[in-house]
Design a protein around this ligand. Sequence first.
Ligand SMILES: Nc1nc2c(ncn2[C@@H]2O[C@H](COP(=O)(O)OP(=O)(O)OP(=O)(O)O)[C@@H](O)[C@H]2O)c(=O)[nH]1
Length: 304
Amino acid sequence: MTETNTRAGFVALIGEPNAGKSTLLNRMVGAKVSIVTHKVQTTRARIRGIALHDDSQIVFVDTPGIFRPRRRLDRSMVAAAWGGAADADVILLLIEAHRGLTDGAQAIIDQLKSLDTKTPVALIINKIDRVKSEVLLALSQKLNEAYAFQQTFMISAEKGYGCADLLDWLAAQVPASPWLYPEDQIADLPMRMIAAEITREKLTLRLHEEIPYQLTVETEQWEEKKDGSARVEQVIYVARPGHKGIVLGKGGETVKAVGQAARTEMEEFMGRRVHLFLQVRVRENWQNEAERYGEMGLDFRDGD
Ligand SMILES: Nc1nc2c(ncn2[C@@H]2O[C@H](COP(=O)(O)OP(=O)(O)OP(=O)(O)O)[C@@H](O)[C@H]2O)c(=O)[nH]1
């Protein structure tokens, strides 16, 4: 390929929590780089995935779900989301077909209007597999009255409907440019952080209610072994002493199951053997500690 034909740019995915941003990112990139669960607000970092299509390299910024921030951590997440949108070449606003124009979606549209950016915004009506086709046209009209979207796509990120058209369009939208990343790179997150995200996803799937939002996972040690395997040591930080027992489970069975599931996925992702060691520690104030934010790819905002 000659460099003169290439295109490259950033695409920001915005939308309410659970709109399907991570699912869409994974479908576009064709590999699992951002964690997807049924629970809201699982995405904390500005994870990027890279899709190659035609001669275009499309770099996705998977932002945290945009919602009304209360806690300090939440405010950092929201700031990261809008920061990603403002820097992008294209913004995709995801709306859930069965929920329509919710108050939360309207708040995002209001924020978009105040963004003072010429960045084109496309409307992505996602989860069309969950509604009858008759409702889609009316929903699309209503949303296009609320904001002057450049383009509307109706998709199912999960089933793949409409995703090829969206990818074609994005490939044509990003500006003429040399590629920004080496061809074989699918995520610019360091492996340590991906490994921590994998463990956090497994914890989120196993634990209930508030606890997943009150814990964080860090990869403390990463050792490359001579036989090609990796020895990975991670710490699960919980916010309250009472949570430690819950994460450990009876006789340590919860953390053991989490570790097994996480190890299997890390091995699939990296294509080699992994020895994973998990520890649970209480750190009551972790949500207010500046260094944790840097590790999650977020800015720490001082002052409450
Ligand atoms: N039926 C259906 N479900 C979908 C579709 N796309 C995503 N989902 C589901 O919706 C849920 C949320 O998807 P995510 O991709 O994690 O959503 P997100 O917007 O990244 O969420 P946050 O990280 O909380 O911001 C998951 O259970 C997905 O499986 C779709 O096209 N159809």
